[in-house]
Design a protein around this ligand. Structure first.
Ligand SMILES: Nc1ncnc2c1ncn2[C@@H]1O[C@H](COP(=O)(O)OP(=O)(O)OP(=O)(O)O)[C@@H](O)[C@H]1O
Ligand SMILES: [Mg+2]
Length: 232
């Protein structure tokens, strides 16, 4: 459903993405792995259209979306949960969630909302609390819930476990597994926490200095080749 072909991106003179290619199939979870600063977030921003690309193509369900604006990509079904969550701290949980639903209305919207509350019961209990007063883990759950309310075909998660306590990491893992089992959504999971990614991913790619250095299926993920590029 998502195809990235020979993507190149620069910050000024720095060549940050160097011919990155990857494929993500519907119903699967693709882990994007790599150390700090290798270009993971940059790649995700290029997929969302937040950053322009110099060369290369991004295709969603056969359609070239390389030149589309972020809101156009969102309308086509891409949802993005940024690194560091970026929820609205001064808005309530409910208001934050409504932002995610801005493009949906009617019966479908309330069905989706019900599903999302089922996935994240803690949010339902905290609807009137300000986003900024939630714990980091709860804010991460809120950011994921907000993305899901747009009923995406593709969800992009940038390091959802970063700085989060183990019990909430488990909850987030459970939600990603349920989404994957639904089979109708593609999940691009950027992670540095190898065990978490290993539990959830069907396929993986490893970035190093802006290049894909190795990739494969779940069965190949445990190899030395991968660990070598992740170990600090
Ligand atoms: N706005 C920017 N302007 C210039 N350089 C940038 C900018 N954003 C990121 N970089 C640089 O580009 C490189 C890739 O950064 P990026 O944020 O994509 O890495 P990352 O793999 O997501 O790292 P992390 O795991 O720490 O989140 C880094 O060297 C970073 O310093
Ligand atoms: Mg990053």
């Amino acid at each position: 459903m998502l195809q990235v072909d020979q993507l190149n991106q620069y910050y000024g003179a720095a060549h940050t993405l160097r011919g990155v290619s990857l494929t993500l199939e519907k119903g699967r979870c693709l882990a994007l792995l790599g150390r700090n600063g290798v270009g993971k977030t940059t790649l995700l921003k290029c997929l969302m259209g937040v950053l322009p690309v110099a060369r290369g193509n991004v295709t969603l369900e056969g359609r070239d979306i390389t030149k589309l604006k972020p809101h156009q990509r969102a309308a086509l079904g891409i949802a993005y949960v940024p690194q560091g969550r970026e929820i609205f701290a001064r808005l309530t949980v409910e208001e934050n969630l409504l932002m995610g639903m801005a493009t949906k209305s009617g019966r479908k919207a309330s069905a989706i909302r019900g599903e999302v509350y089922e996935l994240f019961p803690v949010l339902k209990e905290m609807l009137h609390r300000r986003g900024g007063d939630l714990s980091g883990g709860q804010q991460q759950q809120l950011a994921i819930a907000r993305a899901l309310l747009a009923d995406p075909k593709l969800i992009i998660l940038d390091e959802p476990t970063e700085g989060i306590q183990p019990s909430i990491i488990k909850d987030i893992g459970r939600v990603i597994r349920l989404l994957r089992e639904r089979g109708d959504i593609g999940i691009l999971l950027c992670e540095q926490y190898f065990d978490f990614a290993h539990e959830l991913a069907d396929d993986f790619v490893v970035l190093s200095r802006g290049e894909v250095v190795t990739s494969g299926t779940h069965a190949q993920m445990d190899g030395e080749d991968v660990k070598r590029h992740l170990a600090v």
